[in-house]
Each structure stands twice: as C-alpha cells, then as structure tokens.
Design a protein around this ligand. Sequence first.
Ligand code: HEM
Length: 375
Amino acid sequence: MTQRDDWDPRAASVLVDQRRAYDEMRETCPVAYSEFMGWSLFRHADVMGAVHDPATYSSASRHLAIPSGMDPPAHGRFRAALTSHFSDDAMAALEPRSREIAIDLLAPMLAAGDAELMESFATPFTLRTLCAFLGWSEQQWECLGGWTHGNQQAAFNRDPAAGRALAGLLSEHVSANLDQHRAAGHDDVTDALLETSVDGDRLDDEQIISILRNWVAGEGTVAGGISLLALHLAEHPDLQDRLRNDPSMIPAAVEEILRVDDPLVANRRTTTREVEIGGRRIPAGASVSLMWIAANRDPDAFDHAQEVRINRQSDDGLVWGHGIHVCLGAPLARLEMRIALEELLGRTRSFSVSGEVRRSVYPSDGLASFRLRLS
Ligand code: HEM
C-alpha cells in the first residue's frame, strides 16, 4: 500500500514561512510522511533518538559521501582521518587570511552605506575563506558559488539530470586543483588530503572529490548562517550594542541565534528495521528526514524556545547535529561566523534592514537576499 502524504514540504503555504510551518507540524503532526521528504521527525526528542541510534537510522548513501553518507565502522575511520584539518591550530592559522577577506569585502559596503549582504559579503567571504583553507586560488569562489546554488535548485526541483551535470562540473574543478597540487606541493590542506590514507590505502580522487563536495556545501550553510545572524542583529540594535561592548559574547550569540533560526533544514537517514515513533509505524528501508529547524525550536527541549537568550546554557542544541555525525566543519563555520560578526560590528556604529528581506527555501535556508544599511 502506498503511504498517503501528511503534508507537502514544497507547498506555497509552507515555503512562505518555513519556520512557522515546521513549528506547526511539530505540534500537530510531529512524525509526518511526504513523498518528497519521506518520514519527517519534527520533535527534538525524536531527532535526538535517531542521531544516537545509527544502527537503526543509517546514513549509508547510494552516492559516495565521505564521511556523511557512511555508517560505522567505516565512518569512524574516514572521519578520524579528516578531523585534524579542523583543529584549533589549523583554525588559528587560517584566521588572519579569513579576517583580511572579511575586511576587504566590507570596505566597499561601508563606503556605500547600503549593500546586499549575500552577494557582497556572505557568499564570497565563505567561499574565498574555503579556497584559502584548501590552498586554492581565491578567484575560484564564483565557480564554487554557482555550483552550490545550482545544486540546491536541482534538489528542490528533484532534477537528477541537473544534479549529475553539476556533480560532473564540481568533479572537474576539484580534479584540476588536485592535479595542480600534485605537480607542485604547497604543504596545505589539499596536499594533506592527497597524502591521507585510510586502512592503509591512499584516498583516490573520487574520494577526495566527495569529501570536498561536502565542505563546499557546508560553506553555503555558513553563508546562510551569516545572513540570519546579521538579520537578527539588524532587528535588535540593543544586542548589537551589547556585542560591540563585549565581543567575547559573540560565539554564544552565534550558537543561540542559529538555534532559533537554523540555516540547515534537514538531513536524511534510512531505517534498517521497522520502528514505531510518535504512534506511527515506519517500515524498514524508509527515508527519514531529521528536521533540525523544528527540533531546535521545541519548547519541550528549551524554555521559551523561540526567544534568543544568549546566556542560555544547554548542550542539547542541534545546530551542528549530535552523535557520531556531528558537524565536522563546525570549527571552521564558527571561525567564519565569529570573524564576520566581529568585523561587521567593529566597523559600524549600527546597521539595520534596508528594503525587502527574502528567505531561501528548502533545501537551503538563510536569506536569499537582504539589504543592509550601515553607518
Ligand atoms: C553554519 C554552518 C553549518 C551548519 C549549521 C552545519 C550543520 C551540520 C549538521 C547538522 C550536521 C549533521 C548531519 C547529520 O547528522 O546527518 C553536519 C555534518 C557535517 N558537516 Fe556541517 N554544518 C555547517 C558547516 C559546515 C562546514 C563549513 C563544513 C566543512 C567545511 C561542514 C562539514 C560537515 C561534514 C563533513 C559533516 C558530516 C560529518 C559526519 O558524517 O561525520 N559543515 N553539519
């Protein structure tokens, strides 16, 4: 028997305000089926249960995705081989260049006094920082940006042909960089990836491409995150002043603002056995979507869940996920978002929303466009 849809994730009524729609689903139909997303889990407790039970909720993917599309024990071995790239030392080494990029991009925005944030800052800043991190020439950011955007469109339109074409383009792009690094060593992250072995075997190009596909996509989420942080601050001048006076509060503000307005909608799992959850029976082999935005705003998990309280103490936030697949790139994402806010706040007296704010829709979140007035 085919399962009837409980909701339509792409309905205009959902897309007009995804956060509100997901909040409503969490309260009215917390385990919901749709042909488009499979079984969506909206409640914090259900999402936590799934991420901490990888034997039942498998991440294995038909496409090579290292390490996100892998299960234990292989997942742990590949992940362990990549962790050192995001160490405190590696982040400290990247910070000066990332800050220079931020300052360089902010200068014309400050001179103009008014700018569109995604195009002028968030997208180029995150992708140029990634290029610097990988030891690639920074001009390549535009090509990577086109790929991220096209990929999200293809996922939304369920267009596998477009998805494959884009995957091919990214592969060619990464391969060209790998060849260049093989020809002339630079002692950077790309060289280290070329030298990495798992279980005694060197990573091949296809594996490195799959790793970097994940990292490039992660930067799209950071750009979305920066836009949501800037929007919240633009709408709350009191918090801007608080952070200008005490920039050491910025990291806590980043975590809490993104808990309430999360830049990532969902990630997938596949059930390895039949499960009963929230009174619904989910068969083995079913696709399950972990609805991060809804889970992060669940009043059963957080007091006054929809309010930003930057002194909140909680280890239950799900911005970065939880469990064995918790975000590998979180140190890089946090570094970029801290630098973006330090520079934006430090170089302005105030900033506010100027004109229309357009939100992105699934599978990306964050803002599609957003003008800021800066002084
Ligand atoms: C604000 C930005 C970001 C957010 C909110 C975010 C969020 C997440 C979440 C929720 C997961 C868990 C997925 C799951 O359980 O299926 C995840 C995993 C992952 N993220 Fe991020 N991410 C961000 C940026 C990045 C960046 C910049 C990178 C790399 C450069 C990155 C690399 C990864 C990888 C490799 C995984 C898979 C880890 C594993 O399977 O062990 N992310 N991320």
